[in-house]
Design a protein around this ligand. Structure first.
Ligand code: SF4
Ligand code: SF4
Length: 324
């Protein structure tokens, strides 16, 4: 597919009442914004600071309302939405979230109304190319995937479909030159690899060690890392009285906030910064891998980019591996 054909596809989607969201460079920053015309649309190769997570798991979502002891339905418009240009590690994150929220009707309803269009550069070597399809694409949830290649400033795309919806959309648009990849589930048959398995042991062994004491002094519990993280999914639920109704909402929460682990009697299960930061790593590299057979971190680097204390997750993981 050429760049021009991609622009025509975007125009076709908009004409057919899809709301298309993709990356846009605004004042030098890569953000996600709605696209209103296909003309001049360009796929942005850089990842945006905020991921597409908010489209499936909004920062604040009304779940239900109660009036006179009865539940009143919440109107959530069934808008057909396209998320266009999701980087493959953000697709990994969405694949994990769709496991975690497998039985959550709010998340699943949004997912049903959404088409996920991923992207990544074409792997340079032939063997990496095959590995990419077999080890990565087969285990990602997407409808369409664009492998981009650039030649003398000319961009073109190799197209894969990952669902019947994706195939139907391209067929209706009149584009047939795609390959279908059958989704083989979120996890490769062999489960976690050796490195991921050994990290479970090493993080567990490191509890109480020097690294966490050092991080205890550096981290200011601002929670920025968990807000930008595409795989963090903790939320809190609150009931708000609004005139004659009670509105139940769920909002993003962060395990770095002191009140996150508070229970009645003012007891906090995570009572110090050391406990909180260890818990964050433990969740991503021990508990999520054990429960879902996939890591809770997709290595996007966003947490490091926003941390005001200069805490670098990749360096910390390297150190934990070396010291344990
Ligand atoms: S690198 Fe940081 S922000 Fe990205 S997935 Fe891992 S923990 Fe989350
Ligand atoms: S962004 Fe940095 S300082 Fe803030 S909570 Fe995360 S690790 Fe701590």
């Amino acid at each position: 597919m050429t760049d021009k054909q991609l622009q025509d596809l975007v125009s076709y989607l908009i004409k057919n009442k899809y709301r298309v969201h993709s990356h846009k460079e605004i004042d030098g920053e890569i953000l996600i914004d709605e696209i209103y015309e296909g003309k001049n649309f360009e796929l942005c190769p850089q990842r945006p600071l905020y991921s597409f997570k908010k489209f499936l798991l909004p920062p604040c979502q009304t779940m239900m309302k109660f009036k006179n002891n009865k539940t009143i339905g919440v109107k959530n418009p069934d808008t057909k939405t396209i998320l266009l240009g999701i980087h493959f590690y953000d697709l990994k994150a969405l694949t994990l979230l769709s496991q975690v929220f497998e039985k959550d009707p709010y998340f699943q309803k949004k997912l049903r109304n959404m088409m996920l269009i991923g992207q990544s550069p074409i792997p340079a070597k032939d063997e990496d190319y095959q590995k990419f399809e077999e080890d990565i694409l087969e285990h990602l949830k997407f409808d369409i995937f664009l492998e981009t290649k650039s030649n003398n400033n000319q961009k073109s795309f190799r197209i894969f479909t990952g669902s019947e919806d994706g195939q139907r959309l391209l067929d209706n648009f009149g584009y047939k030159d795609y390959e279908h990849i059958e989704y083989a589930g979120p996890v490769p048959e062999e489960g976690l690899n050796i490195t991921q398995k050994s990290l479970i042991e090493k993080i567990f062994k490191s509890k109480g060690s020097k690294i966490w004491k050092e991080l205890n002094k550096k981290c200011i519990d601002c929670g920025k890392c968990s807000i930008v993280c595409p795989t963090c999914f903790c939320f809190k639920i609150s009931d708000e009285i609004k005139k004659d109704k009670i509105v139940r909402k769920r909002e993003w929460d962060s395990c770095f906030y002191e009140e996150f682990s508070e229970v009645s009697g003012e007891h906090k299960f995570l009572d110090s910064t050391e406990d909180r930061i260890y818990n964050w790593y433990d969740h991503k590299f021990v508990r999520i891998p054990k429960e879902y057979s996939m890591p809770g971190c997709v290595n996007c680097g966003r947490c490091t980019e926003v941390c005001p204390a200069g805490i670098d997750i990749r360096k910390n993981i390297k150190r934990i591996i070396e010291e344990n």
